[in-house]
Write a protein that binds this ligand. Structure first.
Ligand code: HPA
Length: 276
């Protein structure tokens, strides 16, 4: 399903009419990381069901509401829960929230996700700053920008050479160091899911240069870049990917890791926001 500019603008209007302030920063919370939204002050809550055409998550671990308010004195719009392509939504629906954020005037998008570690140095509970991604779904023909170009947002052939903003990444590095939190840096590979990878998939992804693997983020970041939104990305490492075929990955494990990951990502994020 395609999404029209009229739908995007209608949604932006509804949100504008409900929020007290004009958010500058959008934050998308991944699986098990939703409690980060509880830290928002002066919060206006908008359940996704109250937003026409807004895709609602069918997955445990994704609450499904917008939280608009302040974090470290910055005006933020937090998505507590996102949808994924594997839920049956089109790429246009998966990325609709980013388009709405762009029409709301949001300048910075912070994306978070739960991811499996392909890099053998990463442990469950670690955080990875996303320095780049591999758009494997896009390479297979599922790029969210396929279809008529939305000229109001950006060009037909957008540059992706610096998808993850270097200045924001430097702020994250500083914030993590100041808080004594280990922050890996690496490449996220986005797959459609919902099945986890086979050991052979994972060995292939490792050779391709991926450090962490997940089922989200890449479409949203592609659309953010198209519209000129600066991106900062974090993967919360929820499990070791099963390269040798001797362990089993489960969604429960992914959600449980969020207990450890959410406070770490919150600390780093607060440090970034204070520096903006
Ligand atoms: N693979 C894919 N997606 C994931 C994983 C994984 O191991 N962990 C969390 N999301």
């Amino acid at each position: 399903m395609q999404v029209s500019l009229g739908q995007i603008d209608h949604l932006a209007g509804v949100i504008r009419s409900r929020g007290e302030q004009q958010p500058r920063i959008g934050i998308i919370l991944g699986s098990g990381l939703g409690r980060l939204a509880d830290a928002v002050n002066k919060a206006s809550l908008i359940p996704y069901q109250e937003l026409p055409d807004w895709p609602t998550s069918t997955i445990v671990g994704h609450a499904g509401r917008l939280v608009i308010g302040e974090l470290e004195s910055q005006a933020v719009l937090v998505m507590q829960g996102r949808v994924h392509y594997y839920e049956g939504y089109s790429m246009a629906q998966v990325t609709l929230p980013v388009r709405v954020m762009q029409r709301l005037g949001i300048e910075i998008l912070v994306v978070t996700n739960a991811a499996g570690a392909i890099n053998p140095d990463y442990l469950p509970g670690d955080v990875m700053l996303i320095t780049d991604h591999i758009n494997l779904t896009g390479m297979a023909g599922l790029n969210p920008l396929i279809g008529p170009n939305l000229d109001e947002f950006g060009p037909r052939f957008p540059d992706m050479s610096q998808a993850y903003d270097r200045e924001l990444s430097a702020l994250a590095r500083k914030a993590a160091a100041e808080s004594g939190i280990l922050l890996h840096e690496g490449v996220y590979v986005g797959l459609s899911g919902p099945s986890f990878e086979t050991p052979a998939d994972l060995r292939f992804l490792r050779v391709a240069g991926a450090d962490a693997v997940g089922m989200s983020t890449v479409p949203e970041v592609t659309v953010a870049c198209h519209g000129g939104t600066r991106v900062l990305g974090f993967s919360g490492i929820s499990n070791k990917a099963n390269l040798d075929g001797n362990t089993v990955t489960s969604h429960e494990e992914v959600l449980a890791a969020g207990q450890v990951l959410a406070p770490k990502i919150e600390t780093i994020l607060r440090g970034v926001l204070r520096q903006l």
